[in-house]
Design a protein around this ligand. Structure first.
Ligand code: HEM
Length: 409
């Protein structure tokens, strides 16, 4: 392998770029597929911007998904020790596992997310959306994130787990604390503390819930996980709680942003939105395009298991690389006119759900929720428009979403 050089750093995770990363992505695409970027206090990281390389790295067995400890690197070295429990608890999540453990668990968990299982949820999702939107008056002011995009996905995933939806607000708070740590490249010690506390409280909650559910199993995801734990060597008790937490978190923090980012994009493109309203059959390609255009997960990470070359750059074993999924989804080598929204885009091979072994297990569920939620909003409120100050993007760049989205219905 040729010599590893110390490259010049590029700024990517500043507040300004976070508000609109696309001009920076476009400039970096022109300069090359791989960049060394400043990622928090004293941490810099190689980041892949090209669609082809992101897709191939996600499938490369020389890279590991075990990266929970690396999430502490942006914190001051002297404080990282306080959060070993946080890294340990994250490390139990499916998304941070490698084969063969990942393969065994994923195969069993797939049952809960099969096309039939997801399609079976359609009447429930439609009923919940109807219940939430029916009382709303045309012409009234509405805060779309807090009153719709946030509560909807958490309600669905709680139903799938068999947990009463009255507990929704508590879960949203815990989930936000985890997101402020996980999705934020500039994460602080305070963010780490809040995320660690939330994970401990969630673990306690699931310890009690699982014990009760063992006595009274049903057709829900917790019962499926209990079956997996009881039937074999795949899951320990603690890993079972960890998967419950991971599903709750992943089911909520991403889909809320598909709905929020999607609606914000549509409100800025009224002609295409009007066409969607008239041709509801466009909703499938429309949601794929919204996932590409304003991707809810902007990046993911992998750790090198050995020295390798990435895009011709030698990188050392143990180093982390970021796959910039949001940038890959705007790669001009993959997409014609990548910065143009095209709700009818054909052959849209976006990477919003990742690629390879860790391809999102909830992709079909997210699509179902996104399609039903967005089409209902567009059809029921044809006059909907933005109001109030310009919406602000949250600092959780990895989980890209709006703090608030005020509209007139
Ligand atoms: C628009 C919504 C969603 C987006 C954009 C999204 C995105 C992603 C991405 C990019 C990955 C791969 C990460 C990596 O390779 O490191 C992933 C994995 C995962 N997602 Fe999603 N997701 C969404 C919704 C959901 C939902 C609704 C659930 C479950 C209820 C879910 C559960 C998971 C899980 C468990 C994994 C890990 C899979 C594995 O490691 O095998 N996601 N998701």
């Amino acid at each position: 392998m040729s010599k590893v050089i110390a490259p010049g750093k590029k700024t990517l995770f500043s507040d300004e770029i976070l508000q609109d990363p696309y001009p920076t992505y476009a400039r970096l695409h022109e300069e090359g597929p791989l960049h060394y970027v400043d990622a928090g206090s004293k941490w810099s990281v190689w980041s892949i911007f090209s669609h082809a390389e992101c897709a191939s790295i996600a499938k490369d067995p020389r890279l590991s998904a075990k990266r929970a400890k690396q999430m502490l690197l942006p914190l001051p070295l002297s404080r990282q020790g306080e959060f070993s429990e946080l890294a340990r608890m994250f490390g139990l999540w499916l998304i941070f596992m490698d084969p063969p453990e990942h393969t065994r668990l994923r195969k069993l968990l797939n049952k809960g997310f099969s096309p039939a299982a997801v399609e079976g949820l359609r009447p429930q999702v439609e009923a919940i959306v109807d219940q939430m939107l029916k009382p709303l008056q045309q012409g009234s002011e509405f805060e779309l994130m807090h009153e719709f995009a946030n509560p909807l996905p958490v309600r669905i995933i709680l139903e799938m787990l068999g947990i009463p939806h009255e507990l929704r607000d508590t879960f949203v708070d815990w989930s936000r604390a985890i997101a402020m740590f996980r999705g934020n490249p500039n994460r602080t010690v305070e963010d780490a503390r809040a995320a660690q506390d939330a994970l401990i409280e969630l673990t306690e909650f699931f310890r009690k819930t699982v014990a009760e559910r063992r006595r009274n199993k049903g057709n829900d995801l917790i019962s499926l996980l209990i079956d997996i734990e009881e039937e074999g060597e795949v899951l320990t008790e603690e890993e079972l709680y960890a998967q419950c937490i991971a599903l709750l978190f992943a089911g909520h923090e991403t889909t809320r942003n598909l709905i929020g980012n999607g609606m914000y994009t549509l409100l800025q493109n009224p002609q295409q939105t009007a066409e969607l309203r008239e041709k509801p059959e466009m909703i499938r390609s429309a949601v794929e395009e919204l996932l590409r255009f304003e991707s809810p997960v902007q990046f993911t990470a992998r750790v090198l298991k050995e020295d390798i070359e990435v895009c011709g750059q030698p990188i050392r074993k143990g180093w982390t690389v970021l796959c910039m999924l949001g940038a890959a989804n705007r790669d001009p080598k993959q997409f014609k006119e990548p910065n143009q929204l095209d709700l009818k885009r054909l052959n849209n091979q976006h990477l919003a759900f990742g690629a390879g072994l860790h391809f999102c297990i909830g992709a079909q569920l997210a699509r179902l929720e996104g399609q039903i939620a967005i089409l209902n909003l567009v059809q029921r409120f044809p006059q909907m428009r933005l109001t109030g100050p310009r919406p602000v993007w949250a600092s959780t760049f990895g989980l890209r979403g709006l703090e608030s989205l005020r509209v007139i219905l």
